[in-house]
Design a protein around this ligand. Structure first.
Ligand code: CTP
Ligand code: MG
Length: 229
C-alpha cells in the first residue's frame, strides 16, 4: 500500500474518567478502539495501519487490532505511545513502511467516524499534495472575551470550521515537519502548516465527534442503539 493510517490511542482519557484508558473503554459492547478500526478497515483503499497504544496495553491493542482486521488485506501493527499526542504520532510515523506516500492521522476517540471520510481525505491529499482536514461548520455564535469575560467581539462564524480527524498529509513532508517541530501543536495540521505547507478543509461528518466526556460516550452509545453500526 501507499497509504498509512496512524490511529492514536495512547491517551489516558482523564476527562472521560473511566477506570481504563479511553480507547479501551466499552462503547455499546465493543471497545472505542475496535469501533475506530472498523471504520479504517472500511476504506476502499488498502492501507498500512499503525495503532499507537499505552505501553502497558500494547498486547491488548494487538488482540483488538487482529479482531478488527479480520480478513482485510490491510496490515496492522501496534507501537507504544508517548506522554503527549504529538509524541504518540511521532512514534507512529516511525513505524510506517518505506513505500508509504500518504499518511492519515486519526484519533481513536472518534469512534463513529464514517469510513468514507478516510477515502475522501486520501483523495484530497493525492489530488493536491496539501494537508487535508475534515471540518464542520460551527453551530453556536462565537464571541471573543477579555480577562473579565466582557465581550470584545462576535466572530463571523461563516469563516470558522470545527476540525476533526482523520487528517491527511504527504508522508515525506509530514515526517520532516515532525522532525523539525520544537513546540507542541494543537493538531497535526497546525504542525504541518507551521512548517510552511498548505492545508485545506473538506466536509467532515457530525458522526466524527470525539468522545471526550462521559456525555460524549453516552451520545455514541445512543447513536449506536438507534442505528446499529
Ligand atoms: N493520545 C495519544 N497519546 C497521548 C495523548 C493522546 O495517543 N499521549 C490520543 C488519544 O488516545 C485520543 C487522541 O489522541 O485518541 C485525542 O486525544 P484526547 O481526546 O485528548 O484523549 P486523551 O488525552 O486520552 O483524553 P484526556 O485529554 O481527557 O486525558
Ligand atoms: Mg488529551
Amino acid at each position: 500500500p501507499i497509504v498509512g493510517v496512524i490511529v492514536v490511542a495512547a491517551g489516558s482519557g482523564t476527562r472521560l474518567g473511566a477506570d481504563r484508558p479511553k480507547a479501551f473503554v466499552d462503547c455499546a459492547g465493543r471497545t472505542v478502539l475496535e469501533r475506530s478500526l472498523d471504520s479504517v478497515f472500511g476504506m476502499q483503499r488498502e492501507a498500512q495501519v499503525v495503532v499507537v497504544a499505552p505501553a502497558d496495553l500494547v498486547a491488548e491493542a494487538e488482540d483488538i487490532a487482529r479482531r478488527a482486521a479480520g480478513a482485510a488485506e490491510s496490515s496492522i501493527s501496534v507501537v507504544a505511545g508517548g506522554d503527549t499526542r504529538q509524541q504518540s504520532v511521532s512514534n507512529g510515523l516511525a513505524a510506517l513502511d518505506a513505500g508509504i506516500r500518504i499518511v492519515l492521522v486519526h484519533d481513536a476517540a472518534r469512534a463513529l467516524t464514517p469510513a468514507a471520510i478516510f477515502d475522501d481525505v486520501v483523495t484530497g491529499v493525492a489530488q493536491t499534495a496539501s494537508g487535508i482536514v475534515p471540518g464542520v461548520p460551527v453551530q453556536d455564535t462565537v464571541k471573543r472575551v477579555d480577562d473579565d469575560d466582557a465581550v470584545v467581539e462576535t466572530i463571523d462564524r461563516a469563516e470558522l470550521r470545527s476540525i476533526q480527524t482523520p487528517q491527511g498529509f504527504p508522508r515525506a513532508s509530514l515526517a520532516a515537519a515532525y522532525a523539525d517541530a520544537e513546540i507542541e501543536y494543537t493538531d497535526d495540521a497546525a504542525l504541518f502548516a507551521a512548517a510552511g505547507h498548505p492545508v485545506s478543509v473538506i466536509d467532515g461528518d457530525a458522526l466524527s465527534f470525539k468522545i471526550t466526556t462521559p456525555w460524549d460516550l453516552r451520545r455514541a452509545e445512543g447513536l449506536l442503539a438507534s442505528a446499529p453500526a
